[in-house]
Design a protein around this ligand. Structure first.
Ligand SMILES: NC(=O)c1ccc[n+]([C@@H]2O[C@H](COP(=O)([O-])OP(=O)(O)OC[C@H]3O[C@@H](n4cnc5c(N)ncnc54)[C@H](O)[C@@H]3O)[C@@H](O)[C@H]2O)c1
Length: 264
């Protein structure tokens, strides 16, 4: 029970379509180890689904509707977390969005919105959560970037890539600033992961007509291990970095990609 008496603030806890997203699998993985989960998502039914799965896994859980770009709603979520569970020990910044396309296809407004969700939200929530971690003598922050933030992986995903790159450096900065206060901050960098979101949002990079088999085959073949990763494989990496097993690890990244970045 590595997370017994630990409270986890999971931003982007749900799944954007039915099935196992990274956030939901992480809620369950941490709950299995005794964590109390604050499942935060802009989509309340997605938050409720994640909270229910965490409860089934044996943890306490609370579903909260909050948009990570809306300071007031994150303030309410943090207040609820501390009122119900007494504090926050772990913050996972998992909410992320993107838009397929390069310079020509990306509008300034796209970049603004994607930046707000993928990067600015980390500032908003960190300002609110870190004081609670300090009160408890420390904590762990895990941000979820992407291989697209460190490599060009074959298709233009401009706004997503630059914001996921920024997220990595942002996390390193937090690690330096709070190292003496017992707060660690690290990034998990997933590769091509088989979550419901890819069928919804990124299929156009792999198929002209959204053929699911074609999307899956191309993504599988691109990876040295010849398969996409699962949400559970990413969740285990998040759990490691969030746990005391990673007590001397801060300001760094853990790539979970079946060897993909080694190809580029
Ligand atoms: N699936 C992949 O192949 C892959 C690869 C690399 C990185 N990632 C990253 O992992 C994370 C999770 O990916 P996933 O595939 O599980 O995605 P997902 O879309 O299924 O899950 C993300 C959740 O975040 C929520 N969310 C989105 N915007 C929000 C906002 N403004 N406020 C609050 N909640 C919000 C969504 O409602 C959804 O429930 C994302 O940051 C994504 O960029 C995914």
């Amino acid at each position: 029970m590595k997370f017994a008496n630990k409270v986890v603030f999971m931003a982007g806890a749900g799944s954007s379509a039915p099935g196992w997203s990274i956030g939901k699998a992480t809620c369950v993985t941490l709950a299995q180890h005794g964590a109390s989960i604050v499942a935060v998502d802009s989509n309340i039914s997605a938050a409720q689904d994640a909270a229910e799965e965490a409860q089934k896994a044996g943890g306490k859980a609370l579903a909260v509707q909050a948009d990570v770009t809306d300071q007031a709603s994150i303030e309410r979520a943090v207040a609820l977390a501390t009122r119900e569970f007494g504090g926050i020990d772990v913050y996972v910044a998992n909410a992320g969005i993107g838009k397929i396309g390069g310079v020509a296809e990306t509008q300034t407004s796209d970049l603004d919105r994607i930046y707000q969700v993928n990067v600015q939200s980390l500032l908003t929530a960190s300002k609110l959560i870190i004081p609670h971690m300090i009160q408890r003598g420390g904590g762990a922050i895990v941000t979820i970037s992407s291989v697209a933030g460190i490599r060009y992986i074959g298709y233009p995903h401009l706004a997503y890539s630059v914001t996921k790159a920024a997220l990595i450096q942002f996390t390193r900065m937090i690690a330096q600033e709070y190292a003496t206060l017992g707060i660690r901050a690290n990034t998990v960098i997933p590769g091509l992961i088989d979550t419901p979101r890819i069928k919804k949002n990124v299929w156009s990079a792999f198929s002209t007509d959204g053929n699911e088999q074609e999307v899956n085959d191309k993504r599988n073949q691109q990876v040295p291990m010849q398969r996409m990763g699962t949400a559970w494989e990413v969740a285990k990496a998040v759990a490691f970095l969030a746990s005391d097993d990673a007590s001397y690890i801060t300001g760094t990244e853990l790539i979970v990609d079946g060897g993909l970045t080694g190809k580029y």
